[in-house]
Design a protein around this ligand. Structure first.
Ligand code: A3P
Length: 313
């Protein structure tokens, strides 16, 4: 992973900006859903429909804390490898990105960014935490490839809880209060259960593929092969392996200060499966098991979560 000075500056500045906000200023509400105010603006949500997708765009959609930064880096690694860019081309592409100063998620930043995004060279990798009904229609019309990332709800919740307590863009919370907020969708980007349910409706589309955090952890090489095939990247075994190794948790964490500045320490926490066991009480386990049954059991994405394996003791 190459360090990008401008990106680190953006992250450091954002952390400073968040720290200046009073707790009640940290979140904003748009159409009944909470978002971190330092990243998201109402005008940008309103301008989202002006985003024009391209057929060769790669859209990565994942609820927060499902491993979006990890998969984004993997996608960038695979794209660079498949693009076989010369050093000169890589420098040029990086210079364009720096000049456009695009924040890292589709829904972040200023409303004019959608115009600037038109200048990004293909293939663009666009990352979002939004559910399908909040995305610009051109994404679906263009037939851009969409990769839907999922993670089991217990680990997602534990990861989100720690993140909110370390990341100054969110108000702090106790575990019990956070658990209740998560179950009620009163956290950034709203309900995990709605998010997965809504993406499940699209899962049979040929331009959409789902991948889980757990399968990427268990067999990164196989996960990357599936992704490369879906995106039409012609890569050999060694190339796939080198991308998998470059973006292992250990490697990314080691380089995190260089690649993500102070945010690196907040983002790269444990990177494991099953950490929920450290925080869930018996009654919280039962509440989550019930909710999973009601909302997701029986759906295709629900099956892909492998709840019985990853969320039961
Ligand atoms: P934990 O808090 O459980 O450690 P997101 O990028 O969507 O915010 O997700 C963050 C989660 O992905 C964190 O989970 C983080 O540690 C984990 N993560 C980041 N990079 C990873 C990697 N290379 N391998 C595995 N997990 C990673």
């Amino acid at each position: 992973m190459t360090a990008n000075k401008k990106y680190v500056e953006y992250l450091d500045k954002t952390l400073d900006d968040c720290a200046k906000l009073a707790p009640e200023e940290k979140l904003l509400m748009y159409k009944g859903v909470l978002y971190p105010a330092v990243f998201c603006k109402l005008e940008t949500f309103e301008a989202l429909e002006t985003f024009e997708a391209r057929v060769d765009d790669i859209i990565l959609a994942g609820y927060p804390k499902t491993g979006t930064n990890w998969l984004e880096n993997i996608l960038r690694g695979l794209e660079t490898m498949a693009g076989k860019y010369t050093e000169e081309e890589k420098t040029k592409r990086m210079a364009i990105k720096d000049e456009l100063a695009l924040p890292p998620r589709l829904e972040f930043g200023d409303p004019d960014k959608f115009k600037r995004m038109m200048k990004l060279p293909s293939r663009r990798i666009i990352v979002t935490h939004l559910p399908p009904y909040s995305l610009p229609k051109s994404i679906f019309k263009s037939k851009a490839k969409i990769l839907v990332l999922i993670r089991n709800p217990k680990d997602t919740l534990v990861s989100y809880f720690h993140f909110c307590n370390k990341m100054p863009s969110f108000p702090n919370s106790t575990w019990d209060a956070y658990f209740t907020d998560f179950m009620n969708g009163k956290v950034g980007w709203g309900s995990y259960f709605d998010h997965v349910t809504e993406w499940d409706k699209y899962i049979d589309d040929e331009n959409i593929m789902a991948i889980s955090y757990e399968e990427l952890k268990e067999n990164p090489h196989l996960g990357l092969e599936k992704i490369a095939k879906f995106l039409g990247f012609l890569l050999n075994e060694e190339e796939i392996q080198s991308v998998a190794e470059n973006y292992s948790f250990k490697t990314m964490k080691q380089k995190s200060t260089e690649t993500h500045g102070a945010f690196g320490n907040i983002l790269f926490r444990k990177g494991s499966v099953g950490d929920w066991k450290s925080l869930f009480s018996e009654s919280q386990n039962q509440a989550m098991d019930r909710r999973f049954q009601e909302c997701l059991a029986g759906s295709k994405l629900g099956a892909k979560i492998m709840y019985e394996i990853y969320c039961k003791i």
